[in-house]
Design a protein around this ligand. Structure first.
Ligand code: 2BA
Length: 110
């Protein structure tokens, strides 16, 4: 058994969860925050049999789109109030999905 952690954009999450559920793949949705942009994203926890991992990854790949976002460029300096100062704005490409696949030692439901 494996555990898939998929970090996706909030806009892609509802469609992705629907597709996974329609395929009989159980999923838990967590509201998370990216460390770089400090904006919301969604992390899905998917416990899955080894032989179904590729099918799940295919669904994730098709449901998640790359998007351009504008983010502040931080400079290595603190303001008088202790906050970071932005040197300007820059475009970055976010997503489609950042995925980790891990072995599960044990899976029980009580
Ligand atoms: P954030 O940390 O908010 O990052 C959003 C996007 O900002 C990233 O998209 C990337 O394009 C850019 N970015 C991140 N760190 C950067 C840096 N040090 N310099 C320049 N640009 C940077 P993605 O790579 O698609 O990541 C989307 C979200 O996935 C991330 O949101 C974070 O929540 C998660 N993530 C990505 N890599 C991860 C990792 N190795 N471990 C844990 N979470 C990760």
């Amino acid at each position: 058994m494996k555990m898939i952690f998929a970090i996706v954009q909030d806009d892609d999450a509802p469609k992705l969860v629907n597709k996974l559920m329609q395929s009989g793949i159980s999923v838990t949705k967590l509201a998370t925050t990216g460390g770089f942009l400090r904006t919301g994203n969604t992390t899905l926890m998917i416990g899955i049999q080894d032989e179904r991992v590729d099918a799940a990854l295919e669904i994730i790949e098709h449901a998640c789109k790359k998007r351009k976002q504008t983010a502040p460029i931080p400079i290595a300096m603190e303001s008088m109030h202790g906050g970071a100062i932005a040197a300007g704005m820059t475009d970055i490409i976010v997503g489609g999905a950042t995925v980790f696949v891990m072995d599960v030692d044990k899976f029980v439901k009580y």
